[in-house]
Write a protein that binds this ligand. Structure first.
Ligand code: HEM
Length: 433
């Protein structure tokens, strides 16, 4: 077997992490699915990880990429398989899931977003486009027979065409924000998007390739993983915007506070077609591969819980429930007194920092953001109901009853919100478009 030969030769030689045989290893994972990889290969990979950890100089980027990949590849072997390792979030260098990067980057409490904020926004927009375009490129490659990857339960040609339409729609706002609007038109293809958003750093492109480790060989799992990663990218960005909002409120800067909240809301709303895209997943295919994703659930998403807790400090009952037990890092931040928009807004109005009409401006944006979050929860609940039916979740909740219950948790308490009624034919509804 090629991977055993190449891996054994790499292990016994003096080649560094940059010449690790990624391709044959990846090919073997893809051939059978992560859940079914032979123990013999996993043992060799474990050996490679010990070797590179012991010998690489600290801070070596090639060694870091290799160890991150091996941690993701060996999560089931190590007994620490979860949502973050399933999605390989560390490989994508998302702030709340990346070692060595502090939270709270780009707070920009001043009159406008800090310089680093614009750069971080652009980086995340390009990553989002890259993720979606990569998913669509896979759809097209499979449809044309150009790849034999994940061969089970292939969708029909009409579904592929629909996925491409919805994916391009989901990615376009991020491309526009990234300043590449001129290069996109209604006829933009997944290949155009993929090329436009390509990472100029080959290591970034490699990391993207390595972040696709499905547990099984069912075609639709590719889409599932990329859509979840795209949402993680969005949530991470939104959490940064919310931190910026808090800093601006504390400084009594109403316009930047409202501006950052509006930016966060637009991102969440514009990503709606991502849910529609995922709604094209074949429920049978989903039920097949989720047999092997037990223990990995988005209830473990740090970015989502950060987003929630930065809006408003969760009540004790929620903090003590599975929702926060599964993200202890975020629960600890809250216990340590993480500030929230709700408190910052109350304090700013109490201290006279937001005289009329500034207070109204912020209040309106808070209500609009809350409505966007509630809309997201409703769509998510509808999608989950369609895909899952009465089955329990992979995060050990009872499934959709949990989602129905958390749908109406207030986003803020300092402003009333009146979310729009559920759209009957909205995303993830019957027709998904
Ligand atoms: C087939 C599609 C999906 C299904 C069937 C589904 C199902 C579920 C279920 C049953 C839960 C409850 C926790 C558990 O026991 O696992 C959950 C939680 C959650 N899901 Fe999904 N989900 C889907 C797609 C997504 C997507 C695309 C995202 C975007 C990241 C997402 C984000 C979340 C989040 C953040 C939670 C935690 C909510 C909370 O604790 O308040 N889900 N999902």
């Amino acid at each position: 077997m090629r991977f055993v030969r190449e891996l054994t030769s790499w292990l016994s030689g003096t080649a560094g992490p940059d010449s690790f045989p990624y391709s044959p290893v990846l090919a073997e994972f893809h051939r059978v699915g992560k859940h079914f990889v032979e123990k013999e290969l996993l043992a060799l990979l474990d050996q490679a990880r010990s070797q590179v950890t012991a010998s690489a100089p600290p801070g070596d980027p090639d060694a870091r990429l290799l160890v991150d990949f091996l941690d993701v590849a060996l999560d089931k072997w190590d007994g620490r398989y979860d949502y973050r390792s399933y999605l390989g979030l560390r490989l994508l260098r998302l702030p709340h899931d990346d070692r060595g990067r502090g939270d709270g980057e780009g707070q920009g409490g001043g009159e406008g977003p800090a310089a680093g904020t614009e750069e971080a926004r652009r980086g995340r927009d390009l990553l989002l486009v890259r993720l979606v375009a990569d998913a669509l490129a896979f759809e097209l490659a499979a449809d044309s027979g150009a790849t034999g990857l994940l061969p089970e339960q292939r969708p029909g040609r009409e579904v592929v065409a629909k996925r491409c339409r919805l994916g391009v729609r989901a990615a376009s706002p991020a491309l526009v924000r990234a300043g590449l609007a001129g290069a996109v038109d209604a006829a933009a293809t997944p290949q155009t998007l993929r090329a436009l958003a390509a990472d100029p750093d080959p290591a970034g492109e490699l990391a993207l390739r390595l972040s696709m480790l499905p547990v099984y060989v069912s075609h639709d799992e590719y889409l599932f993983i990329r859509v979840l990663q795209a949402y993680e990218c969005l949530f991470a960005g939104i959490a940064d915007e919310l931190r910026g909002t808090i800093a601006a409120l504390a400084a009594g800067h109403a316009r930047p506070a409202a501006g950052r909240l509006a930016y966060a809301r637009e991102q969440l709303t514009a990503a709606g077609p991502l849910f529609s895209l995922l709604a094209t997943m074949q429920p049978d295919a989903f039920r097949t591969f989720r047999e092997f994703t037990e223990g990995a659930s988005a209830i473990q998403s740090r970015s989502y819980k950060l987003m929630e807790s930065l809006c408003r400090t969760p009540e004790g009952s929620r903090l003590g429930s599975a929702a926060y037990e599964q993200v202890p890092e975020v629960r600890d931040l809250v216990h340590a007194g993480q500030p929230s928009i709700d408190e910052a807004f109350r304090a700013a109005t109490r201290d006279g920092l937001l005289p009329p009409p500034d207070d109204d401006l912020v209040r309106r944006e808070m209500a609009a953001f809350a409505a966007a979050v509630v809309q997201w929860r409703r769509t998510h609940h509808r999608l989950a109901t369609r895909m899952l039916g009465p089955r329990p979740g992979t995060g050990y909740t009872e499934g959709t009853p949990y989602l129905a219950a958390v749908r109406s948790i207030p986003v803020f308490t300092s402003v009333p919100h009146d979310p729009p009624p559920p759209a009957p034919g909205g995303p993830a509804g019957g027709g998904a478009e």
